[in-house]
Design a protein around this ligand. Structure first.
Ligand SMILES: *Cc1c(COP(=O)(O)O)cnc(C)c1O
Length: 435
């Protein structure tokens, strides 16, 4: 194989890399991408990726080398030319150590990989830069997706960069304010569907089949190629040494699948010697994957999804089979946490100065649960993925800090005062309420 191909998971049918279908034309199965072997050995590949870390940002915009996605292009879309790439420097995200968060979670060596630092504020940018590059390559004129919010923000932004028409389908009334406003302002046509996310996904798939728009959902195999780079970027930050655990929030299971694929590849190419164990964390009201895990994956469950963490409010995850493989191959685990645990974790992450959206905090809440039940050793090196920025969902955040009955543990109340020195003095005499 000298060029990349799209291959069906189910029937192994092979399609050209520039075929516009994102599902198997023969059996409807999900596609994955297979690339030709990189032309160099693992040490040379590491050196190539490391050399590109040197910032090359010039006065004429962003070079693809400034992207934490395209730095790994041999493993994402080999052979793509600089001029074809639709990029805005995504994927440059920090790996943070926050002692207060580590202490709360009970994991001494906890690091936070913060994907909320992407241009539109979530990891969805890593997939969308590749999907829109592909959309341009195949000559698409319109791109569409169903979304719990962040995918639409990313699609709207990258469609505008690429100069293509963007259409997003979101469940009416169920999308966080930050995400909805971004999508509208970036200029995508925003369709508020009377239904839930799973209805949106079905409609988007049908529209791509019958109306010829390019589908950029999480089942789009090129998006998963982009999301693999969370792993490559993280491994590079850790000097190509795997952590013991990698904990992530799980909704539609696109990321879980992409992580499984990336780790398999990194191991096979010799970029790393061991893989981390994956821990997928779902919200209790939206935990079909956790239910399947408890039964040794004997049954594929679906649920009517409910949770405050709208980004993982998904009842019938599209990438189920691949995610099962990712968990099995990494000796991983799947668990669920309550909305209250998510909100408490979020308050701790926010107050550490880092901040994240509710769904992201599930990773830290899940880390705490796994340390408590002895699955994760206290001293293990754990990386928790923060998937989105704290400004994505201001409503949930303000509600938490204003709630009175009962007042949440970490609530930080605003104080109304008169514009007098006496009032200021009174405020300064009392210690702040949050610990
Ligand atoms: C999309 C998203 C998730 C869920 O990722 P999946 O790949 O669907 O499992 C989690 N958190 C945030 C912030 C997201 O945008």
């Amino acid at each position: 194989m000298s060029v990349s191909e799209q291959v069906c998971d189910a029937c192994a049918a092979r399609f050209s890399a520039i075929d516009a279908k994102v599902e198997c034309a023969r059996c409807g199965g999900l596609l994955h991408i297979e690339h030709p072997e990189p032309p160099v050995c693992s040490t040379a590949l590491q050196a190539l990726f490391d050399a590109r870390l040197v910032p090359s940002r010039g006065p004429h915009g962003v070079s693809p080398h400034d992207s934490g996605v395209w730095r790994f292009r041999e493993l994402v879309m080999p052979g793509v030319g600089d001029a074809e790439i639709v990029s805005q420097g995504e994927g440059i995200t920090p790996l943070l150590s926050r002692p207060r968060v580590a202490q709360w979670a009970g994991a001494e060596d906890l690091l936070l990989k913060h994907e909320g630092h992407n241009p539109t504020g979530s990891f969805k940018d890593r997939g969308m830069t590749v999907a829109l590059t592909q959309a341009k390559r195949i000559g698409a004129t319109a791109v569409a997706c169903a979304s719990t919010g962040n995918t639409s923000s990313a699609l709207a932004s990258y469609a505008a960069l690429a100069g293509l028409r963007g259409l997003v389908l979101v469940p009416q009334g169920k999308v966080a304010l930050g995400k909805l406003s971004q999508t509208i302002a970036y200029g995508a046509q925003t369709l508020l569907v009377r239904g839930d996310f799973d209805d949106c996904l079905r409609l988007a798939r049908e529209s791509s089949e019958h109306l010829g728009v390019y589908l950029a959902n999480s089942i789009n195999p090129w998006r998963l190629e982009g999301q693999k780079t969370i792993i490559f970027d993280l491994l590079q930050q850790l000097r190509w040494h795997s952590p013991d655990w990698l904990v992530l929030p799980a909704g539609n299971l696109g990321n879980t699948s992409a992580f499984g694929a990336a780790l398999r590849e990194a191991l096979r190419l010799g970029l790393i010697d061991t893989v981390p164990r994956l821990a997928c964390v779902q919200a209790e009201g939206s935990a079909p994957f956790a239910a399947s895990f408890r039964e040794g994956f004997a049954t594929r469950h679906t649920v009517r999804a409910e949770t405050i963490a709208t980004a993982i409010r998904i009842g019938d995850p599209a990438s189920y089979d691949r995610a099962v493989r990712a968990i099995q191959e990494t000796n991983g685990v799947v668990l669920s946490v309550t909305d209250d645990e998510i909100l408490e974790a979020k308050a701790v992450i926010d107050a550490s100065g880092v901040g994240c959206e509710p769904a992201s905090a599930a990773s830290v809440a899940g880390t705490r649960a796994l340390v408590r039940d002895g699955t994760i050793a206290r001293g293990a090196r754990v990386v928790a993925l923060l998937t989105g920025h704290m400004l994505k969902d201001p409503e949930v955040m303000l509600h938490y800090h204003r709630e009175l009955f009962p007042a949440p543990t970490h609530a930080n109340r605003s104080i109304e005062i008169d514009a007098t020195l006496a009032d200021m003095e009174r405020v300064l005499r009392t210690a702040p309420a949050t610990a």
